[in-house]
Design a protein. Sequence first.
Length: 193
Amino acid sequence: MIPLHFVGDGQRDEAMVPLFVEAILGQPIRAEFRPWSRLHGAGRGYDKKLLYAVLQAKDENACGLIATIDADKDGKQRIDPLRAGRESHRQKYPEIAIAVGCADPNHEAWLMDDQEAVRAALSIPHDQSIPKSKRPKEDLDKLIDEWMQGRDRIDLLKDITRQVRMERCHRRAETGYQAFVDDVRSEFASLLP
């Protein structure tokens, strides 16, 4: 089991992103997650928060760090400081892999891009349409409310994530999923089978 640290926006990211990475690496991982908002003492800016997260991952003997953000609001501008922070930290800490990603507009876009995964996890018949929109989080929540009343939303997000197949994600370049997959594969090439 590969020990990895994750930094993301919250509980939904904590549920989904480690499962995405596990599928990309094709190996089980042990995930330690921290939300960006809890990186106290890191200073301001995503580059400083990334360094703080790298130090925590290093101190806990993790093989690497996965840092993701959502593009909604100002996220598209946040990926550049993450990449710049990774490059500057790499000179100090070359032994730890750091993969970064930006989900556009959020990680639910990666799920909604694979309609078969959504259908299977939510037991939606093929004659029922699944909307394509610019609001994947809201649309997915509506589908969950309609088809899976009473089930835990986080568990359902995990179920969908486990069933996502990149080859069925036709908008993966637009949603940031392809760039994330490529970054994880590049940073963790030594761990790939």
